[in-house]
Design a protein around this ligand. Structure first.
Ligand code: NAI
Length: 388
């Protein structure tokens, strides 16, 4: 195994920046990556002071208030983007131009055209790309994928996916970048539904058409100190609190996808039900180490959902724990993601989901807006990497 150091440059040290920093440390321990190979080298944030403070806290050796310094630093091999959505494209394109691998948080871009530009640049440059759709890295979800692929529930005929949270359910939660189109793009759609869309494609098959609805429920929010948008002490919310869609998959299955950022009581409410011709399975991220499986066989009197607690027999679980049913956490999924990044760089193998896969998600999110605006079903093209 290589002991060549891979130096990471992290841009943005908020919620996700911290999760990534933890993941670099945890991945080395969980997956026996030689000590010190993943180096938390430099952290960039919006000001030099904030960057210096966060670099100290998260274990990065150097810091800068200008992400361009980080991107162009000759020692940095991976640029890890945990900044708000609107910065992903500019930072990624600069990193690619400097020959760096790019690990970006989702959504990849504010729209499909930008995502295509990013994919084309990365593929031309031959750098590795990875997008933080971490929920598919959970051992339980990897197991669900195995069950579907080997036909245990028969042919998939229906998918129901939900991602509800309540981080904006209180209408007095202050205005932020997440509520402005120029910084976040869409709302619950980009932030939450993007994960479910990517999961649906991963578990079922490509989405080929959809019909969607969006709604802003809380139209204004109080401005916090220093905020730019103003309307008498309130900021005007510009993007959806709730997003719904009906979808059709390439394999003929039907599906529904919903997301809300104002669903009281839901903290990490990502769940899905997959119905097949021989059985079904259900998953809820709030109990992320459990999968419910129903197989229609045997005595009807004793048929029912079986509750499976994941353990060392399931993909990637044993890296974290030798005992079944002890449960993993959100940060462990990020460690699996970092393990994938490490292996891909060291072995020069493909990464998943890469910019190309994430571009297909952006195409679908754009189609949601088109469907909503025209109040109609729309066809979804499959990204072939060619013209915009
Ligand atoms: P956040 O607001 O907590 O953190 C953003 C960070 O970027 C802050 O440290 C901020 O100071 C920094 N930043 C802002 N402007 C900058 C600039 N010009 N240069 C350098 N740094 C700058 O946001 P959060 O929640 O961490 O979201 C970041 C990204 O992660 C978003 O794209 C979001 O969609 C994604 N995300 C992904 C999740 C997942 O489960 N995969 C969960 C939450 C967020």
């Amino acid at each position: 195994m290589t002991t060549k150091k891979i130096r990471i440059g992290l841009v943005g040290s908020g919620y996700m920046g911290k999760a990534h920093a933890i993941a670099y440390h945890n991945a080395m321990v969980a997956f026996a990556i030689p000590k010190g190979v993943l180096v938390c080298e430099m952290l960039a944030d919006a000001s030099p002071e904030l960057a210096a403070e966060k670099a100290k806290e998260l274990g990065f050796s150097r810091s800068t208030g200008d992400w361009k310094t980080l991107v162009n630093d000759p020692d940095i091999e991976v640029v890890d983007i945990c900044a708000p959505n609107f910065l992903h494209k500019e930072i990624a394109l600069a990193a690619i131009a400097a020959g760096k691998h790019v690990y970006s948080e989702k959504p990849l871009a504010l729209n499909a055209d930008d995502a295509k530009d990013m994919t084309q640049a990365a593929e031309l440059a031959g750098v590795k790309t990875l997008v933080g759709f971490n929920y598919i890295k959970n051992p339980t979800v990897q197991f669900a994928k195995q069950l579907i692929e080997r036909g245990d529930i028969g042919e998939v005929v229906h998918f129901r996916g939900v991602f509800n949270e309540d981080y904006l359910a209180d209408e007095n939660v202050p205005f932020s970048w997440r509520l402005q189109k120029q910084f976040a793009g869409t709302g619950a759609l980009n932030d939450l539904a993007s994960h479910i869309v990517q999961l649906a494609i991963h578990l079922v098959s490509p989405i080929t058409s959809l019909c969607a609805d969006l709604k802003i429920v809380h139209e204004q929010r109080p401005l916090s100190q220093g905020s730019s948008a103003s309307k008498g002490g309130f900021g005007q919310v510009e993007n959806d609190d709730q997003a719904h869609m009906m979808v059709r998959f390439e394999n003929g299955a039907q599906g529904t996808i919903e997301a809300s950022r104002i669903a009281w009581g839901k903290k990490n409410g990502l769940s899905f039900e997959v119905t097949g011709t021989k059985g079904s399975l259900t998953f809820d991220q709030e109990t992320l180490s459990e999968l419910s499986l129903y197989i229609a066989e045997g005595n009807p009197q004793t048929q029912g959902f079986k509750r499976i607690l994941v353990g060392p027999e399931h993909p990637d679980y044993s890296a974290f724990c030798v005992s079944a049913g002890h449960g993993l956490g959100y940060n462990d999924m990020k460690a699996v993601e970092v393990r994938d990044l490490y292996k891909s760089i060291v072995n020069d193998t493909p990464l998943w989901p890469d910019f190309r896969a994430a571009t297909q998600v952006n195409i679908i999110l754009d189609k949601v807006i088109e469907s909503y605006e025209n109040r109609a079903w729309v066809e979804v093209e499959q990204y072939d990497g060619e013209q915009k």
